[in-house]
Ligand binder design. Sequence first.
Ligand code: CP3
Length: 326
Amino acid sequence: MRQAGRSLPEYRSARGTGAILDAISDPELAAELTLQPVRRYGVDAAILFSDIVVPLHAIGFDLTVEPGRGPVVAEPVSSSADLARLRPFVPEEDAPYVGRAAELAVRELPPGVALIGFAGAPFTIASYLVEGGPSRAFARVKALMHSDPVVWHALADRLAAMAAASLAAQVHAGATVVQLFDSWAGVLSPADYERFALPATRQVFEAIRPLGVPAVLFGVGTGELLATMARAGAQVVGVDWRVPLDEARRRLGPDHAVQGNLDPAVCLAPWEAVAAEARDVLRRAGTSPGHIFNLGHGVLPQTDPGVLSALVELVHAEGRAGVPVG
Ligand code: CP3
């Protein structure tokens, strides 16, 4: 999850204070930052150190990632004329450092530890492009969908192609699992999700299916969307803490594995409380057809790394072994 490293002193010292997009474009540094949580916590998967806005940045789209805020776009997208600014993304030419970082990380990963490649889902990326930055109401992007569905779908299609190309390149470089982050999809009604977000999301999973790697679809606040998200084409659906995993399974149906969903804020409580909540997640998740234990969203920067180490130990000791991913 985003910010996994921020709780680690070794992350802060290796990462320095430069722009995150610069750190990402340094393959040795990105590989090192990818590996740190694996070394420290003994988790079963590493997530590549990159960001969902890297492909946009790599095609020359004018954006920055502001500390404490997130991606900010200099000139937001509002019309069909703006689509010309979104040329196709060619990972090997536009962002060769991503594949290089993945190759370097894979070499150092312990056997059996998966490398997760990832991309932003069309709706979530579009929200930054249209809003110009992080948003609370997502008013502009919703208004665009309803006022100009043709432009919306053209935008979403381009972003689907971009995400698919990015994921494929990461798989070719050694990623063994992929995750599509539709972090902000939960702001959509089920009808709007189905009409405006699902089609392009499906395109991404269809495009990468021939690669044969397991795929995860994750969003925040998606409780009311799960039955629809189940049709996107991912084998695994990640959920935040708002929906207990037994209920998430009911909504997803029998064909999906689940990922999640300990509330990251719980990790700030005394260990006994963390352990009790983690056991509740394991109990509700059960094992069939697969559960990937995870936090419901990113690690909070103020989290004590000792608590996360103990959490990994607890899950390894008490989570019943299923089929490992990757
Ligand atoms: O955790 C990791 O280090 C894995 C790599 C990773 C990053 N971003 C690096 C990063 C991953 C998987 C992401 C995904 C990402 N980026 C998402 C989807 C996941 C989610 O959290 O829902 C989103 C929405 C973004 C966009 C983005 N990038 C935001 C909203 C922010 C936060 C800004 C802030 O400082 O609060 C970023 C910055 C960012 N990307 C950080 C990291 C480690 C934190 C700041 C830093 O170290 O510079």
